[in-house]
Design a protein around this ligand. Sequence first.
Ligand SMILES: O=C(O)CCC(=O)C(=O)O
Ligand SMILES: [Fe+2]
Length: 355
Amino acid sequence: MAISPEIPQSVEWNNTKVPVYAMATIDFSLLLSQEPAEVERLVRCCQKQGFFYLDLNNIDGRRFLDDQQETLKLMHRFFEAPLEAKNEYGLIAPHLGYEPVGSRTGVLENTKDGYEMIKVSRDEIQRSSPHLPAVIKNSPDMKVLENAIAGSNIATKAILSALSTGCGLSGAARFENSHRNDRPSTSTLAMMHYIPSDSSKDRNIGHQKHTDISSLTLLFSEQWGLQIRPPGAREFGFVEPRAGCAVVNVGDSLRFASGHTMQSCIHRVVPLHPAEHRYSIAYFLRAEDDAMFTDSEGRYITAGQWHDEKFFAFTSPPEMQALAPASMLLGGMTEDDGEEVAPVVELKDNAVKAY
Ligand SMILES: O=C(O)CCC(=O)C(=O)O
Ligand SMILES: [Fe+2]
């Protein structure tokens, strides 16, 4: 658990100094036994910031780090395959299949995204013959995917359970009761490969700013690129990748299920090092399709409907996105609602104005 508290204050990106935000670290082992002080820190963190490091560098968590390494090997092999092999089934459903580079809007104006992605859902991996491109449909690969999905589900459910306890929820009101393992959901493992890109000249850049549809997102990346905009912060800042830690963020569904008391994290991905290939693994723990909540527009809708509508917005061109309710892409979060929550760090430098 020896994690250095030294975080660079800022890094240079696009000829500008961009802050690096400090984030709380939650210990997975302490959470597993629901230690009251850790549970309280977790709840406060989800209510104030909506993101944290999950320290997995302990006996309970290290298996998930091993799964991450195995998944990375599989990803390298998959993404090196020819496009036709990767795209064997295309995008079967929003939470299942392959999306080539440029399927969505990019992070800078007039750009498309700079990543390709393969998603394998929790429901699909349990089928007798899951829809997986042949390059990764062999038993060792399927075991790697099963371990990664099952492990991520266990880790995020442990967090969800601690949050229920910390919020004083019991019985059917607990968050786990709208995330039951045997109910259909769009929970999925997304494996992403960002191609090298130079923001000054390329047209495929990063990942557009957004909040996640999910309840909780468990994100593994050893590389820089993720930026967050914490509540009250005036600009995006980088998240430092930390060995032994995943980054967890609250998504829209948990914000809604918590009566909008938790913060859905506004984030995006930019190419910090233009020549670098970046790999990230995100597990999206989502509510059961039939779970109901009040969304950012005040509508009482199912988790399935929120998923489908927001996915449509994600994949629409900017002029269509502009027609969606203003609160959709950001799950009702605003970018300058700094009154009640202080920024995580004091910001001094001018932001890169991407929007
Ligand atoms: O690649 C990353 O680090 C983040 C990806 C992300 O935000 C997403 O897929 O929702
Ligand atoms: Fe995201």
